[in-house]
Design a protein around this ligand. Sequence first.
Ligand code: 3PG
Length: 217
Amino acid sequence: MALKELSARPSAQEVMRDAPVIPVIVLQDRAHAVPLARALLAGGIRMLEITLRTPVALACIEAIAKEVPEAVVGVGTVRSAADAQAAAMAGARFVVSPGYTRSVGKACHDLGIALLPGVATGSEIMMAQEDGYTDLKFFPALQSGGTGLLKAWHGPFNDVKFCPTGGITTANAQEFLALPNVACVGGSWLTPADALAAGDWARVTRLAAEAAGLKRG
Ligand code: 3PG
């Protein structure tokens, strides 16, 4: 199926509704960035969250933005306005944060870049909503209450969509995706560290294709 054309800066809705899974990626080596992005794309996954957890993360974002324009490179583990600004400068097209602060929300708003803010409580959902954010990352999903908490939130927060992340695997992804308030899930299982170290891009493509084939509820 041909992928829908996206603007340079997709909305949070577009980011969360593109594929059933957003890969959470930790890159240790800049040389892995482009082949990894191509491997995920070949499996049908183009929204890529590169986490700011390694010294090469910004260089990896820059490389993917320049060399794999069909992918939509985003940044994860954004914990400050400065993180968001640096990643946007490097070419990130969306931002994911493990929690929510007003300064990160304002920075992304000012940059005109989509933010999926991390929440784990009702108060955090309300704060993000107050600032206009209604497409949220639920993190850490499994550890914070998993599908039971999502079902409970669907009552008071039925206008919010979530991307549960943290503890999601092929074994439980479908259970999350079946819920009406889950737009997609996030996870690191598509990009195992040993596959990256070995340059086993075919394995990454297989994992991506399997993830792309998951059904939403
Ligand atoms: C994250 O790092 O954002 C999530 O913890 C990814 O969680 P996972 O490794 O359990 O998929």
